[in-house]
Design a protein around this ligand. Sequence first.
Ligand SMILES: Nc1nc2c(ncn2[C@@H]2O[C@H](COP(=O)(O)OP(=O)(O)OP(=O)(O)O)[C@@H](O)[C@H]2O)c(=O)[nH]1
Length: 166
Amino acid sequence: MKTIEVDGIKVRIQIWDTAGQERYQTITKQYYRRAQGIFLVYDISSERSYQHIMKWASDVDEYAPDGVQKILIGNKADEEQKRQVGREQGLQLAKEYGMDFYETSACTNFNIKESFTRLTELVLQAHRKELDGLRSYAVDELNLAELEEEECKPEGAENSLKACWC
Ligand SMILES: Nc1nc2c(ncn2[C@@H]2O[C@H](COP(=O)(O)OP(=O)(O)OP(=O)(O)O)[C@@H](O)[C@H]2O)c(=O)[nH]1
């Protein structure tokens, strides 16, 4: 659990670090189900981890809820001398998937707060959109119900009402 501030609002977020190893995949998939935001993380000093992102992304598509927000992360940005994946490659992949992209370093704290804040922002935005959608749907339904009620009034109902008021 962590509390971060987004647009002046304090948001409590629950963070799960799922295991990357194949043998834990069955458990990992269970975490996707209730996720609202997901970081897809590769290691900039490992081309293999970058290639693996496509597999992670397809798992997310399959198991995570439809509206889940995703950000691509190239971690270990402090390991410049060992870099195997260019920043451009990260940007390109993120663009293909329609995701934001950050290079980060858990060691130096580079872009950690920024990426968490951004993902939280995206989740909140998606939530608001969903609520607005539900609200306008509810208003439409109410209007429809009112209309139907009008239409269902028995004939002469208006007159009989008038008669009562006299
Ligand atoms: N230089 C550097 N090393 C890092 C960074 N982040 C993690 N590491 C190191 O990378 C190794 C693996 O880190 P983990 O946090 O276990 O990575 P993981 O992806 O969660 O691993 P799995 O649990 O196997 O999926 C550890 O030795 C960390 O210290 C970073 O930003 N820079």
